[in-house]
Design a protein around this ligand. Sequence first.
Ligand code: NCD
Ligand code: ZN
Length: 345
Amino acid sequence: MSETLTLRRPDDWHLHLRDGAMLRAVLPETARHFARAIVMPNLVPPVVTGAQAAAYRDRILAALPEGMAFEPLMTLYLTEDTDPADVAAAHASGLVKAVKLYPAGATTNSASGVKTFENVRGVLEKMAEIGLPLCVHGEVVDSDVDIFDREAVFIDRVLDPVRRATPGLRVVMEHITTSDAVDYASAQGDDLGATITTHHLVINRNHILAGGIKPHYYCLPVAKRETHRLALRKAATSGSKRFFLGTDSAPHTDANKLLPCGCAGCFTATNTLSILAQVFEEDSALDRLEAFTSLNGPAFYGLPVNDETITLSKGAAVTYPSQIETEDGPVTVFDPLTELHWKVD
Ligand code: NCD
Ligand code: ZN
């Protein structure tokens, strides 16, 4: 008898869809399983204004294959020149669901991000007033801070001071990678959420660095030591409403990953749900998978949960392509280093 698991249709609260040929290639991988996703604005050039977000949303919907239903939840890329009135208008029209904060230089296409937080005070205050969440890439970029410490230092030096200075600001700590972030998030109120990626539940830094360098496991924030991975698993599988799925599925062509200075990002859209079901089963938490993938995120964002459901069944090893073909070249699908047995029907 095969085991099955039925969930409310999941959402992805942190996703990179890119543009053009890459968008067309990766969008079906997400839309096949997910109803909605918070779409990252780190295009070149970035999605800064409401008008740019509206145009990007149109391009995403135009790239959606016939017969697939998917709702992109748009974000704005916060710069020191962002106009609070434009943000408020984009929120009021229902177009924009969050603003994304990249510390300048922290990750892919973050050069237009924030250097001096005082310069975005007006936008943050407006967002607190209108209840628009700030999605935070939580890493400092100071060259004297070790890359493995950048998230923990960000919490103390930036995140907590910004939250204290902006009462009422709703914040998502994105793609958390440390027990420090789990502890901080766990201690806060309902104005704070934290997303966890699929890959950070599976890999630690040894997977990147031991036995030869593995560019396909390199992403930002970089995976940390095993104790941190275990803290993330405990948080994700706890059912706590503070934590929800943001895959951070971030496609780069293999040509761009396998360079002397390769791009950061793991592409997990294709096999995320099979991996997550296995992770939650291993941790005896299958009954809490739905909270992580389908309930806690909408609750934080004040959106209804999806009406439809998906069913996963457990059986023989699941097959999925090791690469997605794009007009720009192949994109390697995240390898969870084990056979997967939960398949989305
Ligand atoms: C993301 C990308 O490629 O856009 N890369 C990554 O490693 N996660 C950027 C980001 O979210 O940091
Ligand atoms: Zn990302």
